[in-house]
Design a binder for this molecule. Structure first.
Ligand SMILES: Cc1ncc(COP(=O)(O)O)c(C=O)c1O
Length: 451
């Protein structure tokens, strides 16, 4: 490994960072992380900090998950790669598919289609939705509906259903036939409605209006995150996703639950759909499926959708999607170990308890620091602080101030994620109560540094 000086000298010089301006990465070089253990990471200068980001919502079991590491090593020795394209498969992926259908049976899922990550999973689910309708003789159903503020990765279909201009504008024109509904975001919404239950009904009414306007017979699917993550941890009212399910069912529209963040326990339930008591038609998963140790994902498919494909005799059911790394045996082995460990630890329990502790602590920080405009979360270990320059007008905070808060929090020993005006917290699900206290104390210092 090259020495510290080499790493600092070459930092961001020869690579472009995702979701960053190359000039900004050169002016403000990224933190160089060189180690991770437990729920902590270490930078190139040897500073240890709690990772309150959990990698990128994915390192749910922390950095020292030996069963997953060992499974990866064993699989690399036994079979480091083999394709699952038509005609061949591998033992690890067969076992994983069996485990996943057991795991997601309460969500109504019965088949898996493997991918290399979340954006792939979204892309495949949207493509399969159109194909499903074509197989059934409803080929006119090609449109997609989604939520403003939603995040569904950066492939072109995914970006087209994304609800944030940052991921869209510079890449337009995006795919035609994608339409957006207001998100159930109580702090800012076009209805000026702060009550979660009433806002949920207004957003559902907007969805119904859009379905009628577009004509239901032209709509393939509605895609949503059960709890919106990257858009700033927007937790819908409990009536929202069931309401969406009902509208989709009534109008023959498939419901795709984008669970890239929420599957495998983050919300305190085993899946986001289960949190709200909803059975979707497909689920997109990735991230924590391998604890972030191997790029991998799975689209889960309901029995009814699978049936349409499997009963097809016209040939239209042949799947024309897939990746070289679909069903990668090393990823599959990692996922098997990860799923076993997730269940052995009954991780939803800790996610729920520590999530409640974190959320209560963030509420207390809001009382103390006027720069905190809104606190969101309360469903497991995904929370956000939305920072404002002025609570009365809700004017967004400037970049320099939020950068200062980030730096001071980091110096106090905690890595957090800044996204726009939001500080997003998604720590590993294995954190304990003292870690949560440390996260809150560091944020207190960061927010207090404004004087
Ligand atoms: C809900 C959701 N969908 C899709 C994605 C895209 O996943 P990936 O970055 O693995 O392509 C993300 C990534 O954060 C996500 O949060």
């Amino acid at each position: 490994m090259k020495d510290q000086n080499f790493l600092k000298e070459n930092n961001a010089r020869h690579l472009w960072h995702p979701m960053a301006h190359p000039a900004d990465s050169l002016a403000n070089p990224p933190e160089i992380i060189t180690g991770g253990d437990g729920v902590e990471i270490t930078d190139v200068d040897g500073h240890r900090m709690i990772d309150a980001v959990g990698g990128l919502w994915n390192v749910n079991l922390g950095y020292s998950c030996t069963p997953v590491k060992e499974a990866i090593t064993r699989q690399l020795d036994a079979l480091p790669y083999y394709s699952t394209f038509r005609g061949t498969t591998n033992d690890a992926v067969i076992e994983l598919s069996w485990m996943l259908q057991q795991f997601f049976a309460p969500d109504g899922m019965s088949r898996a289609f493997f991918t290399s990550g979340g954006s792939d999973s979204v892309e495949v689910a949207l493509r399969l939705a159109r194909q499903y309708h074509k197989i059934r003789g409803e080929g006119g159903r090609v449109k997609f509906l989604s939520l403003k503020k939603g995040y569904h990765g950066t492939h072109t279909l995914g970006a087209s259903v994304n609800g944030n201009a940052n991921f869209r504008t510079q890449y337009e024109p995006l795919m035609p036939g994608c339409y957006h509904i207001p998100a159930p975001y109580t702090y800012r919404n076009p209805f000026n409605e702060a009550d979660p239950a009433r806002l949920s009904q207004l957003c559902l009414a907007a969805l119904e209006d859009e379905i009628k306007f577009q004509d239901p017979s032209t709509i393939a699917a509605f895609i949503m995150e059960p709890v919106l993550g990257a858009g700033g941890v927007i937790v819908p009212h409990e009536s929202f996703m069931p309401g969406v399910r009902d509208l989709c069912t009534r109008h023959g529209i498939l419901l795709i639950s984008d669970e890239v963040i929420t599957a495998f326990g983050r919300t305190g339930a085993w899946s986001g759909a289960r949190l709200w008591g909803v059975q979707p038609d497909m689920m997109c998963t990735a991230k924590a499926i391998t604890n972030g140790y191997f790029p991998f994902g799975a689209v889960m498919i309901s029995g009814a959708v699978a049936g349409a494909f499997e009963d097809d005799t016209s040939g239209k059911g042949a799947i024309g999607s897939g990746y070289t790394y679909s069903g990668h045996p090393v990823g599959a082995a990692a996922a098997i170990a990860c799923l076993r460990e997730t269940e052995r630890l009954n991780i939803t329990d800790n996610a729920g308890k520590r999530g409640a502790q974190l959320f209560a602590g963030l509420e207390a920080l809001k009382e103390k620091h006027p720069v905190v405009g809104d606190v969101r979360g309360g469903r497991g270990l995904m929370s956000a602080l939305e920072l404002v320059a002025d609570r009365g007008t809700k004017a967004p905070i400037d970049k320099a101030t939020i950068a200062r808060i980030y730096r001071k929090t980091l110096e106090a020993g905690v890595m957090v994620r800044v996204s726009g005006a939001n500080i997003i917290l998604s720590p590993p699900l294995v954190i304990d109560a003292s870690h949560v206290d440390q996260i809150l104390a560091a944020l207190d210092q960061g927010l207090g540094s404004l004087g």
